[in-house]
Design a protein. Structure first.
Length: 86
């Protein structure tokens, strides 16, 4: 879901199961058999999908721009100078 707040009615089963809609599952990444994190914030139940280990490995860790070999050499020289100065 986006950062905007939106309310969608869901059903609660006899044993407290929460039945979501297809729209909620698609927009939040909730999948059957998957895991979710539930937390209570000021009396509100907040449920977020828990990413799988595989999806975390597929996702880039940081937004980094490509570095050319020349730039890498320059950075290594600068780092070496900084280490020598210590």
């Amino acid at each position: 879901m986006s950062s905007t707040s939106e309310s969608i009615e869901v059903k609660i089963g006899k044993r407290g199961e929460i039945y979501t809609t297809r729209e909620i599952r698609e927009r939040t990444g909730l999948v059957a058999g998957g895991k979710a994190i539930a937390r209570i914030d000021d009396g509100k139940l907040i449920i977020q999908s828990k990413p799988s280990a595989l999806s975390l490995l597929e996702k880039p860790r940081i937004d980094a721009k490509p570095v050319t070999p020349e730039e890498m050499s320059k950075l290594r020289r600068e780092l070496a100078k900084e280490i020598e100065a210590r």
